[in-house]
Ligand binder design. Structure first.
Ligand code: ADP
Length: 248
């Protein structure tokens, strides 16, 4: 039976790995992997803003960066428009979970770096950042978890790879990968990265790249909500692992 390009089921997330406290010099840090997509995050703060801020809560700043060697062809090191936008997207996904009002006059800096990219870097980055914030002891409603869902051809799937994001049944015809059309069906791909606060099932991010009808969108979002628990368990385990290693 033909399955997804990498042999997964439609509702199966790539192998996840998470580790907390990987950067001793940061206040909080973590790494998170979805298969070959590998993100690290470091948190500095809350630190007093040099110039008094007029805000009655902490300012969250996020910088997302894809390392030059994270993609098959060297990426220019200067921040691209895409990276500037993703920094904002990740910030907005995290903000609703953090009790920023507990730290007025301060700044919390979050640095997300993508070591290796095979799609889903913003979602892996959110998971790493959320773990790093927890590691820094910053109070949150719950961890924010993220994953991409979407449609490849006619199939709803979770955690798309780059090969799936680029799917186009027309282009596969006559190639050795033609057999996959039997699994995915005709058409192109629609990618929907989402972030969720598992405790409340609230979405803090929904983006959509492609086309999808309302019924399929609802199915895809439901899938993400169901699977958010699985991701949360991986994150929670990583936090517990760190404290297991701490000698009291
Ligand atoms: P996400 O990584 O969150 O899925 P995109 O949809 O923008 O975000 O990117 C999808 C994938 O395309 C990335 O994960 C990466 O594998 C690839 N990609 C993005 N930008 C570049 C780039 N500048 N050079 C090569 N590949 C890239």
């Amino acid at each position: 039976m033909v399955k997804r390009f990498d042999g997964r089921e439609w509702d199966e997330i790539r192998k996840m790995e998470a580790k907390v406290g990987i950067i001793p010099n940061a206040n909080g840090s973590a790494m998170f992997k979805f298969g070959d997509t590998y993100a690290i995050a470091a948190v500095y703060g809350p630190k007093l803003a040099k110039v008094p801020t007029k805000y009655d809560k902490a300012i969250l700043r996020v910088r997302y960066n894809m390392l030059t060697f994270s993609v098959p062809e060297r990426k220019k090191p200067a921040p691209s428009r895409r990276e500037i936008e993703l920094s904002e997207v990740i910030k907005r996904a995290l903000e609703p979970a953090i009790f920023l009002e507990e730290f007025p006059g301060t700044i919390i800096d979050v640095y997300v770096d993508i070591i290796n990219a095979d799609a889903g870097t913003r979602t892996a980055g959110i998971n790493a950042a959320s773990l790093a914030l927890a590691d820094a002891g910053i109070p949150m409603k719950d961890l924010v978890v993220a994953v991409a869902v979407g449609k490849v051809g006619e199939r709803i799937v979770i955690d798309l790879t780059k090969e799936e994001e680029d799917y186009d049944s027309e282009k596969l015809k006559g190639t050795e990968k033609e057999k996959y059309i039997e699994y995915y069906g005709e058409g192109k791909a629609t990618d929907i990265p989402v972030a969720i606060i598992p405790l409340t099932k609230e979405f803090t991010l929904i983006q959509l790249d492609g086309e999808i009808d309302k019924e399929d969108l609802e199915k895809a979002l439901k899938l993400a909500q169901e699977k958010s628990i699985e991701i949360r368990n991986v994150l929670e385990k990583a936090i517990k692992e760190k404290y297991k290693e701490t000698k009291l």
